[in-house]
Design a protein around this ligand. Structure first.
Ligand code: SF4
Length: 387
């Protein structure tokens, strides 16, 4: 039985193991096991689990890898994540992966799916094109066909035919996973000093490269620890960080925000793990239908999704009010089209609601945080003094 510091240290190692050693070891233990890598943001990991696979989140190379070959595949001015991922694909980091899925978030990721086909990585590489029509008869049918295609891809590799019972079991495990994560966020909302933003980040990111059963055990242990009082409250403001759902900010940046006097009480760093709000029905003859409907009806707000009937700015403000946040930090990767296109509208709604906000941009390998610390610190002070 590991102690909480041991669990959190282990999570930190898993989060930045760009060789995915743990996932590869897991696969080596049985010939039926497969690894399916996926890019941010969301993948219904239940379907991979049910097929005897492990869905492994590829969140970029961060500041842990020098990009040399990857720069030749993309324009120099775009965000950093795709160049880091192609660099990982060109060295041995993604060997032993059976397939790759590229959720629809932007053209950079769409192009990455094509590059993986050209360089012939994995037995399948698909653009995972979320529906942008939320009618069950249109987007629902389309989404179901897409998921079925991936189930077929996996069956061709390991011969596992997914039954409703298998899928129900996987759904219930991921339901538990989301519930535990939300409980941890809920405690952090009221007692943010009990678990730092960096530890929270590592805890969630580690779950992208290990079996959900193991992650659930870790989350349960940390949740039990958080129920007891620990740590000392500081005179910090409470902020929500928004816009970092794809390329991930360096750990130093997250640390700098907290050290400058801001408790991060909510964020979208690991949005994919928290995508579906609430449980998906896991006692049904047609679990695929439940996964489809959960996506159509209970997705978190995201720049990856068309939102004409349910604007993102409004939803962000609702979260800020519900969580009693003092302000919002818009923190997006440099050149991140989806986040930066949404930002002005979201800022406008924040202004109308009287919610203070600041913004800055980063690269996943940014190494200088002094300016960000000063900006976040000034934001915190101004709220403490004048809000
Ligand atoms: S960081 Fe933004 S622009 Fe870059 S791949 Fe992700 S969503 Fe696309």
């Amino acid at each position: 039985m590991k102690t909480i510091p041991e669990i959190l240290n282990h999570c930190a190692e898993l989060s930045f193991d760009l060789n995915f050693s743990k996932a590869k070891l897991w696969k080596s233990e049985s010939p039926e096991r497969i690894l399916v890598g996926y890019l941010p943001i969301y993948l219904p990991r239940e379907i991979v689990h049910a097929a005897g696979g492990l869905a492994v989140g590829i969140m970029g190379a961060g500041d842990r890898k020098q990009i040399i070959k990857g720069d030749a595949y993309y324009q120099s001015y775009i965000c950093h994540l795709p160049r880091g991922v192609i660099e990982m694909a060109l060295d041995a980091s993604l060997d032993h992966f059976d397939g790759f899925l590229f959720p629809s978030i932007c053209d950079c990721v769409r192009n990455l799916s094509g590059m993986f086909k050209i360089i012939n990585r994995g037995k399948f590489a698909r653009y995972f094109d979320y529906p942008q029509n939320f009618s069950p008869q249109v987007g629902g049918v389309f989404y179901r066909q897409l998921i079925q295609t991936i189930l077929d891809d996996m069956e061709k590799i390991n011969g596992v035919k997914v039954t409703p019972e298998m899928l129900n079991n996987s759904i219930s495990l991921f339901n538990l996973n989301r519930r535990l994560i939300e409980k941890i966020y809920s405690i952090k909302q009221n007692y943010p000093w009990r678990l730092s933003a960096v530890d929270t980040y590592h805890l969630l990111r580690a779950g992208l490269s290990i079996p959900v059963e193991e992650h659930n055990d870790m989350l349960t242990a940390v949740l039990n620890f958080l129920k007891d009082d620990s740590g000392q409250p500081q005179d910090n403001i409470r902020v929500i960080v928004s816009g970092s759902f794809c390329e991930q900010p360096p750990i130093g940046l997250i640390k700098s925000i907290e050290m400058s006097g801001c408790y991060i009480i909510d964020d979208d760093f690991m949005l994919g793990s928290r995508w579906i709000m609430g449980d998906i029905n896991s006692e049904t003859d047609d679990p695929l239908n439940e996964i489809v409907h959960a996506f159509l009806e209970r997705s978190q707000f995201s720049s990856a999704i068309y939102d004409v009937g349910n604007p993102k700015g409004k939803r962000l403000v609702e979260i800020a009010k519900r969580k009693n946040a003092d302000g919002i930090i818009f923190c997006a990767a440099s050149f991140c089209d989806p986040a930066l296109l949404d930002r002005p509208e979201m800022q406008k709604v924040c202004d109308e609601a009287g919610i203070p906000h600041i913004n800055f941009q980063f690269h996943e390998n940014t190494g200088q945080f002094k300016v960000i610390k000063e900006q976040a610190g000034t934001f915190a002070d101004s709220i403490k003094l004048w809000a």
